[in-house]
Design a protein around this ligand. Structure first.
Ligand SMILES: C[S@@+](CC[C@H](N)C(=O)[O-])C[C@H]1O[C@@H](n2cnc3c(N)ncnc32)[C@H](O)[C@@H]1O
Length: 258
């Protein structure tokens, strides 16, 4: 813990320095990185296992109709279809991500349906048609979650569930010592990928602001987890993210039921 306290000012300075040097939006540059097969020890694979644990606990994938909102390159959609989902809908606003998703999911024919849209938009599905919705590491890009939560509620069947993964609300304020916890504001953070640091823009919000849009839409909380990620082996020596993740949860996973 003492090491972490010492590291916080270093992290704050490092973040400031990286942000001055880089301006590329992470996701626009990284469709191909998301699209690749991730090694079993990588942060992505470790998280994927944790997310599937929650998903399998709250829904039956086999024969189900799933919506992957902000589904990127289709990693989760592919696995869901391999595990027997009857149909997977995927939308995302990035053309680069969707081009990889379309190629990857082509083998499933019309069981996979992909389109370009924003999380802020009305969803192109009828009321009560989906068993489960996944929204993984995408909501932090948008400011207002009210429309998204209401749309998720509308397209879900009664008893259906949503699994959301988002940045832990304490990740930057408390763990890295950057910015006040209670604010709902746009911030920058940096990620390591391909041996480089990349900045991302995201909306920080406290826990209450994460949950209230869903509760207001009519959902009840079915599950909430702060996954422990020991991924230090898969990070380069100079990247203290691995060390940090052994002490703090970088993500929050929660399930909501209609
Ligand atoms: C970190 S990636 C996660 C992708 C996918 N959910 C996964 O776990 O592999 C974030 C995704 O959110 C998408 N995204 C960002 N802002 C969005 C928005 N406003 N509407 C829809 N998708 C968005 C990005 O294009 C990107 O594919």
């Amino acid at each position: 813990m003492f090491t972490i306290i010492l590291l916080r000012p270093i992290l704050a300075v490092l973040t400031w320095w990286v942000h001055r040097r880089h301006t590329h939006p992470y996701d626009d540059e990284h469709a191909s990185i998301y699209g690749k097969k991730h090694s079993p020890g990588s942060q992505y694979s470790v998280m994927e296992r944790k997310i599937f644990d929650v998903l399998e606990h709250h829904t039956i994938i086999e024969g189900g109709v799933v919506l992957d909102a902000g589904g990127g390159t289709g990693n989760f959609a592919e696995r869901l279809l391999e595990e027997g989902a009857e149909k997977v809908y995927l939308y995302d606003h990035s053309a680069e991500m969707l081009s990889i998703a379309t190629t990857r999911l082509a083998k499933f024919g019309n069981c996979a349906v992909v389109w370009q849209a924003g999380l802020e938009d009305e969803i192109r599905l009828e009321d009560g048609t989906v068993d489960c919705i996944l929204c993984i590491q995408a909501l932090h890009y948008i400011e207002d979650w009210n429309v998204t939560a209401a749309e998720f509620f509308r397209v879900l069947k009664d008893g259906g569930c949503v699994v959301v993964v988002t940045t832990h609300p304490a990740a930057d304020s408390v763990f890295r010592g950057i910015g006040p916890y209670f604010e709902h504001e746009k911030r920058k953070a940096f990620l390591t990928s391909g041996g480089k640091l990349w900045p991302i823009m995201f909306w920080h919000r406290p826990l209450e602001a994460i949950l209230v849009p869903f509760l207001s839409a009519g959902f009840v909380i079915a599950d909430i987890r702060e996954p422990y990620l020991d991924i230090s082996q898969s990070h380069p020596w100079w990247d203290i993210t691995g060390l940090l993740f052994r002490h703090f949860p970088p993500y929050l996973i929660f399930a909501l039921r209609k």
